[in-house]
Design a protein around this ligand. Sequence first.
Ligand code: FES
Length: 127
Amino acid sequence: MTETKLTQEAGNGPAPQPLKSYYERHVFFCLNERKEGEACCARYQAQQAFDYCKTQVKAAGLAGPGQVRVNKAGCMDRCAAGPVLVVYPEAVWYTYLDTADIDEIVDSHLKKGQVVERLLVPPTLGR
Ligand code: FES
């Protein structure tokens, strides 16, 4: 098995190029469900929001390599802000209430790279 180089070697050749990400943007939805009444994203229809987001991303022609991938995630330890999703590579954390919020994240951030300020999770809000 050969090793995969993570960066190009420095030398007298051309400047190293950053590795291109397989997806331009990667979205993770917390779908974690807790018993016993503890706060969790599943309680706020996270599964339905995830399904809706995947459908909208695909319908917009944004899904696939070099574009956008929407994935399930477990608890990301930001439950107090739930339901949450995070968009990489920008590491922008959002909360949402309904499909209109998901539409805005898709149309603004995933299509145009513009952060939806009104849906941002406060930076220090954790579990
Ligand atoms: S349950 Fe969703 S971030 Fe913890």
